[in-house]
Design a protein. Sequence first.
Length: 116
Amino acid sequence: QVQLVESGGDLARAGGSLRLSCAASGFTFSNVAMAWYRQGSGKEREWVATIGRVGEWTNYADSVKGRFTISRDNAKMTLYLQMNGLQPEDTAVYYCSVVLSGLANWGQGTQVTVSS
């Protein structure tokens, strides 16, 4: 079955960096676009970034543009999110996601906490 396992979340200081990973299995990773979302406490889940099947295009939410970089390694079936210039408002649970046959699949999430 489809599995998405996020890792790399941690406590960081404002201005710091973290790199999130999402290990995928159960589907043909290189055939689909992948995305990162996040959900802060008491907030709705929001889209962060999306990457094309082979990384040929990327899109970012305005709130992270220029600070975050989404990438993928299809040989390792892994999605990444490099987060630089972290701000307290980036504090959230980060999820990777893939849409297969019209259904969104989610991992369990990884917590990122940014202190000021």
